[in-house]
Design a protein around this ligand. Structure first.
Ligand code: UDX
Length: 451
């Protein structure tokens, strides 16, 4: 099939390259000339494992092309995907749909013969209706159907997620569009991945509901982690214990510094706004959003507490800046609020991230970026692990300790076994794993007094 992907950003590029790999003929259209130049040279504008090789293979076999000429690409297409950004609108938190609407109009003018127009961007309920209206106004003769097909790709494992999805959700009420979408995803149905058809509005809401639920699940375990610290229980065992219940499931129960990234913060906020506008507030999600916001800064206070209550004039080494490993994405990364909170309290920050330092540069001020873990830790009063990159999992604790001024480790991703770090001579603080004698005493004391 002939596919056009409008927007060669994260979603468009990964999806376009994967569709080409399925054997379809794909043109990725973008108006950013410098991005197109890079892509034509085989260089990726984003960091995503496996993407460069995938693009190279499909470009060399002539199934994947890049262009800025939307009109001619669309004229020859069976399916046109709209995969442009829907950032949070400044001021009100609603999704900014100006790019989606602009592309819809351009696509509308260029349509030629029956074409399926698919919104892949995460868009509020009713956007499909608006896209349909815009196309019909731009080109009253156009023969088309508008479909919602949200993506559920995780950064860092997007290609694997695309090729082996838990499900594909397709929202359409049009039979021709349904047939075209089935054909498009046929390689996946052969793989036994469920292709789930529903109405367009339902598909749009499904994406937001999925992200909101996952954000809520993370926030739930983060609150339980805080409670564990007060009660001297272990959140990792609680997560294991509840996760074995099939109704709950074990994934997305890792306590940490709060969720970040390009999707959860923006999509939860957009859902809150949509629900408020519909006079049907989603209070669980409203609360999730505010707990997560507060949590990021409170992680800064946690580090300060681990340093004895003050970090004024102290050097704190931050290991990991990106919102999660295997990406260079810094959008809404907890590290930003944590570093800000530490700087506000008078700390000097040295940071190391395997790939995120370039994108972090523009977002952080007065941070000394180091060439490696041990360089960052030199003379530090504490190290804080903020992102769980693999290379932080096997630190040489003796070497680390010998470099630091005081051996304090704050492990915000629980990647270490606390006993091992304590045996290595460190003072160790994880998330939801407090086993300090003081905490035990504080909780047990009232009971002792009563008996
Ligand atoms: C997410 C969704 O998973 C994906 O389906 C959607 O299409 C886009 O948003 P992504 O933003 O790439 O993907 O990251 P994800 O791996 O889901 O993690 C999001 C955030 O939650 C990260 O900050 C991560 O550290 C945090 N997280 C995740 C936790 O703190 N604990 C967990 O158990 C899982």
């Amino acid at each position: 099939m002939k596919i056009v992907m409008v927007g060669a950003g994260y979603v468009g590029l990964v999806s376009g390259a994967c569709f080409a790999d399925f054997g379809h003929d794909v043109i990725c259209v973008d108006r950013d000339e410098s991005k197109l130049e890079l892509l034509k040279l085989g260089k990726m504008p984003i960091y995503e494992p496996g993407l460069e090789a995938l693009v190279e293979r499909n470009v060399s076999q002539d199934r994947l092309r890049f262009s800025n000429d939307l009109a001619s690409a669309v004229a020859g297409a069976d399916v046109v995907f709209i995969a442009v950004g829907t950032p949070s609108r400044r001021g009100d938190g609603h999704a900014d749909l100006s790019y989606v609407h602009g592309v819809a109009e351009e696509v509308g003018r260029a349509l030629n013969g029956f074409t399926v127009v698919v919104t892949k961007s995460t868009v509020p309920v009713g956007t499909g209706d608006a896209v349909e209206r815009i196309i019909a106004e731009a080109n009253p003769e156009a023969q088309f159907a508008v479909v919602s097909n949200p993506e559920f790709l995780r950064e860092g494992s997007a290609i694997e997620d695309f090729k082996r999805p838990d499900r594909v959700v397709i929202g359409t009420e049009d039979d021709r569009a349904r047939a075209a979408m089935s054909e498009l995803y046929r390689p996946l149905s052969l793989n036994a991945s469920p292709i789930f058809f529903t109405s367009r509005r339902t598909a749009e809401l499904t994406k937001y509901a999925a992200n909101a639920f996952l954000a809520m699940k993370i926030t739930f375990i983060n609150e339980i982690a805080d409670l564990c610290e007060q009660l001297d229980a272990d959140v990792q065992d609680v997560a294991r214990g509840i996760g074995m219940d099939g109704r709950i499931g074990s994934k997305f129960l890792h306590a940490g510094p709060g969720y970040g990234g390009s999707c959860f913060p923006k999509d939860t906020l957009a859902l809150v706004k949509t629900a408020q506008d519909a006079e049907c507030p989603v209070r669980l999600i409203e609360t999730t959003v505010s707990i997560n916001e507060q949590r990021k800064r409170s992680m800064g206070r946690k580090i300060i507490k681990a340093c004895g209550g003050s970090v004024r004039g102290k050097k704190i080494a931050i290991f990991g800046l990106t919102f999660k490993p295997n990406t260079d994405d810094m959008r809404d990364a907890p590290s930003i609020s944590i570093i800000q909170a530490l700087q506000d309290a008078g700390a000097h920050i040295a940071a190391y991230d395997p790939v995120g330092m370039e994108s972090a540069g523009g977002l952080l001020t007065d941070v000394a970026f180091a060439d490696g873990i041990y360089e960052a830790a030199e003379d530090a009063d504490a190290v804080a692990i903020v992102t769980e990159w693999d290379e932080f999992r096997s630190l040489d604790l003796q070497r680390l300790k010998s470099l630091m001024k005081t051996p304090i480790m704050v492990d915000l991703r629980n990647i270490y076994n606390s006993d091992e770090v304590i045996r290595g001579g460190f003072s160790y603080v994880g998330v939801g794993r407090a086993k300090t004698p003081e905490a035990t005493a504080r909780v047990l004391q009232p009971e002792f007094e009563a008996t």
